[in-house]
Write a protein that binds this ligand. Structure first.
Ligand code: C2E
Ligand code: MG
Ligand code: MG
Ligand code: MG
Length: 285
């Protein structure tokens, strides 16, 4: 790809930059096309109440089925969607789909709290609370059925505006959750000042906590911290029975992870719930 020159000869395109900005442009148009052609899929992953073993909530996780590249995980397009602002459209799509599923489940007698991830851009979107209220009203869903997950870094970006958006969402009656807790900065200051209901311990502390004593100590302290602040505590990244049992003994409220189930297409959830059998724990050591 040859460097181009403008009339004056003064402007020289640097090939790599040119190429990457072209790729960005085409990725953005592919994302837009994906919305138009229904190429996003709503996946959900169950959350289990540790005390009872019941499935009481799910987290919505988006996937992209690309016509040529196939199945694409969110890590490969969410950051780009955030940079370009496309995330606002995607978030609305996810909220709409999540509300649709929620009301279908309700109609069939399955009551589950639905968690949706928000990103930095969403927290700066002044229209979001009204748009969300409108979605809930159209689907006749009470705000208490929803939980919005926010990361510490998303709040960090513009704490003042983020707090305003969060306050508006919270007065609607929606639950708010701090996601990936422990990986960002100033976690404790946010816990004190934000209207939060739930804290999700990041999977990096949970994955190997049955082997790593330091991880186990961090998880235990985080559960206690959350409870002392009056919050519900959820552990993500539960991959085996030992971790599930440890969390239960530590008094953690809910668990989410591959040991229970990997994320699945939302339409499969009800059948999965009907087959779910909670683990039998061994006698406490
Ligand atoms: P997250 O919100 O922290 O979601 C949890 C991630 O951990 C999910 O990855 C889930 O599949 C994965 N996970 C759950 N249990 C286990 C486990 O036992 N072991 C391991 N190794 N991983 C587990 P996923 O679906 O690839 O999503 C990655 C991230 O992308 C999410 O992290 C979230 O930050 C973002 N994301 C996903 N969907 C959306 C969305 O609709 N909107 C926004 N803004 N972000 C989203
Ligand atoms: Mg999350
Ligand atoms: Mg998380
Ligand atoms: Mg995480």
């Amino acid at each position: 790809y040859a460097a181009k020159q403008r009339n004056s000869g003064a402007v020289t395109y640097i090939p790599e930059i040119d190429k990457s900005s072209q790729q960005s442009l085409s990725l953005l148009s592919e994302l837009r096309a994906a919305l138009d052609h229904n190429a996003f899929r709503l996946y959900v992953q169950p959350k289990v109440e540790l005390g009872t073993g019941r499935v009481i909530a799910v987290e919505a996780l988006v996937r992209w089925i690309h016509p040529e590249r196939g199945f694409i995980f969110p890590d490969q397009f969410i950051p780009f969607a955030e940079q370009t602002g496309f995330i606002r459209l995607l978030t609305r799509w996810v909220l709409e789909q999540a509300a649709t599923m929620c009301s279908e489940w309700e109609a069939r007698g399955l009551h589950l709290k639905m968690s949706v991830n928000l990103s930095t851009r969403d927290l700066l979107d002044q229209d979001l609370p009204n748009k969300f209220a409108d979605i809930l009203a159209r689907h006749k869903i009470s705000p208490e059925s929803f939980c919005l997950e926010i990361t510490e870094s998303a709040i960090m970006d513009d704490p003042v505006r983020a707090q305003q958006t969060l306050e508006r969402l919270h007065v609607m009656g929606v639950d708010l959750s701090i996601d990936d807790f422990g990986t960002g900065y100033s976690s404790l200051a946010y816990l004190k000042s934000l209207p939060v209901d739930e804290l999700k311990i990041d999977k990096s502390f949970v994955l190997k906590m049955e082997q790593d004593l330091d991880d186990a100590k961090i998880v235990r302290s985080t559960i206690d911290l959350g409870h002392n602040m009056g919050l519900r505590v959820v552990a993500e990244g539960v991959e085996n029975k030992d971790v599930m049992q440890l969390l239960r003994e530590m008094g953690c409220d809910q668990a989410q992870g591959y040991y229970i189930s990997k994320p699945m297409p939302a339409e499969h959830l009800q059948e999965w719930v009907m087959k779910w059998v909670p683990p039998e724990y061994s006698a406490a050591a």
